[in-house]
Design a protein around this ligand. Sequence first.
Ligand code: ACM
Length: 546
Amino acid sequence: MIDLIPAPQKVSWSPPAPGYESLDADTHLEARAGTEGVARWLRATLGAATGLPFPDGNHTDNRIVLSVEPDLAPEAYRVVIDGYARRIEGGSAAGVFWGAQTFRQLLGPDAYRRAPVRPGQKWELPRVTIEDAPRFRWRGLMLDVARHFMPKDGVLRYLDLMAAHKLNVFHFHLTDDQGWRVEIKRHPRLTEVGSWRARTKFGHRASPLWDERPHGGYYTQDDIREIVAYAAERHIAVVPEIDVPGHSQAAIAAYPELGNTDVIDTTALSVWDTWGINPNVLAPTDNTLRFYEGVFEEILELFPADAAPFSSFVHVGGDECPKEQWRRSPVAQSRIKELSLADEDELQSWFIRHFDAWLTARGRRLIGWDEILEGGLAPGAAVSSWRGYQGGITAARAGHDVVMCPEQQVYLDHRQDGGADEPVPIGYVRTLEDVYRFEPVPPELAPEEARHVIGTQANLWTEVMEDQGRVDYQAFPRLAAFAEVTWSALPPPAERDFAGFERRMGAHYERLDALGVAYRPATGPRPWQRRPGVLGRPIEGAPPNV
Ligand code: ACM
């Protein structure tokens, strides 16, 4: 009946009969207790698109009523358009906000613009009642701003795009070998030195091309506070990731004493300018622990636990930490002996456990990539399962919370078509339909284990995404399919109505056009979206184009 994405649980025509009604300059807005933030968003967003003022008032049926209703679950909502006051009701302000997103979709694609484009346009609403609630609590998007920096405005824009798709966790990958993107006052060299690199590999590792321009950028602490507050106003938690003990060359370039100085000359390291798994990892010393405790102290202040549900989580990375330097380092080996550890995997586990205890003592929760399972999982830790489902299955069976984000399904940096025109194609071919048929809960989990799958997220790694347009291209339209997977109560993968989703995408492409999203058209990349001659990364041993 109405081409909503993500699909709501239930839509019906409001009695007595199908029909439409309009918003106009007399449409008032009544924001009941607890909905003031949603009213601010609605007035700013729909006010800009429509040019309508939405004055306060409750004296007329020509109004929108926002209210928190205790019969609804926190993120559930009800939108009622029935010829009387239009109601947007939620179980909490978050539910009201998701209802407001649906309300915006009902108004048509021009509601996604920032100014009116048609003088005298009628803003019609269908007389429907929509009842809806999300399937998963953690509906995430990870953005890597380390490999390529996304300026603050772009991040705020992505938060708006997430909100429009009812996604509520922004996993902010802030540090890596190729850049450190958050100002830390007590360690200024992290951004002075670590936030930029002299040149950048253009294409994946095998590419011979270089972009010889310096690349960099970072968020000041006030930028971060602004991003977190902007997200919170949209009921989105920002989960910062500070990657340890691997993926740390930018930090080591800034502070060489953080590296394994007894193995290599860490003063010769610079911020990495190419891609892959980097051997230069943190030294497991007291100095490193104290340094990162200092970093995390500032991070906890910047990312308050109560900003939104899941804001208590802090991601510590933990992925892809080669152990070669630790094997050769007398300092690391004596640490292993002193702690009576079996091997370097247990040393990594000790490192992660240290921060698990440190974060737990401060009322926070650690989350890390599934490698943190190796050598023993820290007691309070949650796991981002990326190397397939297995890490998540193991963690859930051990009673740990899991966010499913298997690279084979929801790494949106991977190519979305097998054709030769895909820009810098990497990884698996994962089409819009593949993402639509992604199932976050593996069937082998028993119901009580499956409860630990608190949700799912799509991940955007930006090695081959040099600007916002490239990020848009990789993210969309697949993020719309992902949003439906995470929000809507879809049947098992094989039974999903992909044809119906594609039909609804017709309306959604118009919304994305109005938002200025540089998505991949269904017919393939536009000429300027191609990157002819720039090598990607086939997966070794896989069939051609995988
Ligand atoms: C990852 O993709 N290395 C988490």
